[in-house]
Design a protein. Structure first.
Length: 318
């Protein structure tokens, strides 16, 4: 019996050399690292899939003047999921929204969602800088005159209360336009200077800071959705081709605008028809693309509500 037990625990006929302790530890560490990497990648994929349904949209529409940017932006109001559209109008773009309604492209129930805030922005009174930074980047409620855009600290008859901390997933903010806001920041930086005054580095620095304050707030989109409109800035690449990018203030800021949005749509007119490009390969001369699968390129009559629903970003209309 004892002999049998000894035979059971005896060494094998061809024993393998024992692994050094350091090699064994390295093997265990490598296995643990691979396991952690696999879990981390899997967790990341699951988080992305879950976040897509509840992350807030940040979209930029840009193009030359009179290419239908504002009219296309207004189609976002067709989403049943969105209950309030806070429209900061710095360029009298709401005229195009009213025209869309008059032509039957929008219904009364769509217009009823839009809360218009017109900002009378001028060189002498660059209200867009003050109003947007206070309202969107601030942490306190502001009370805005919807006809002039002036901000007040206290409520009063005729003022619109705007409280960024109370925004929800049912709210969407439209800024029309970033190009005018960029000009407003430059005007604010040189406020009180004579007409012939030339911008200095400090002026550009102040305007750039204000511009990035707004852009980073939009990029984070912590409480609600954002849709921004802007014009184009022409450039020339190393091959001598004319390229376009979103315009906002200086060339430095303009070059970095697009990265703050999860979807960038370039608009142009082709054969008297609106063409919207939202894919990376849609244009070799214009910045465009969508990190969330929003496709407008093949639409003959593009509608943001339809494209966002098809991409699974918002639930279907009832």
């Amino acid at each position: 019996m004892l002999a049998a037990r000894k035979a059971t625990i005896a060494a094998p006929d061809n024993p393998q050399p024992a692994q050094p302790e350091s090699a064994t530890i390295e093997t265990k560490n490598a296995a643990q690292t691979n396991s952690l990497m696999n879990r981390s990648l899997l967790d990341l994929m699951q988080q992305v899939n879950k976040a897509k349904a509840r992350s807030h949209m940040t979209m930029l529409l840009y193009g030359a003047a009179k290419t239908g940017k504002t009219s296309l932006a207004a189609t976002i109001a067709k989403l049943d999921y969105i209950e309030r559209v806070w429209w900061f109008d710095i360029e009298r773009g709401l005229d195009a929204v009213i025209l869309a309604y008059q032509e039957g492209r929008l219904e009364e129930r769509h217009l009823a969602k839009i809360i218009p805030i017109s900002i009378a922005d001028t060189k002498q009174e660059p209200l867009a800088t003050e109003t947007l930074l206070k309202a969107i980047c601030g942490r306190r409620p502001v009370y805005i005159d919807p006809t002039s855009g002036k901000c007040h600290d206290k409520a009063a008859d005729g003022l619109v209360e705007f409280d960024m901390t109370k925004m929800t997933d049912k709210d969407l903010i439209v800024i029309d336009s970033l190009s005018q806001f960029g000009q407003s920041t430059l005007n604010a930086a040189t406020l009180g200077k004579p007409t012939e005054y030339k911008l200095q580095l400090d002026d550009y620095g102040a305007a750039q800071k204000w511009g990035y304050d707004l852009l980073t707030t939009v990029q984070a989109a912590q409480r609600c959705h954002f849709l921004c409109i802007t014009h184009v800035r022409m450039n020339e690449d190393e091959l001598g081709r004319t390229t376009v990018m979103p315009l906002m203030g200086s060339s430095t800021v303009s070059a970095n605008v697009a990265k703050h949005f999860n979807t960038v749509v370039y608009l142009e007119k082709s054969l008297k028809q609106l063409k919207a490009t939202s894919s990376v390969l849609g244009s070799v001369t214009a910045q465009s693309g969508s990190r969330v699968g929003i496709v407008l390129d093949k639409e003959k009559d593009p509608c943001l509500a339809t494209s966002l629903i098809e991409a699974g970003y918002f639930p279907a209309n009832q």
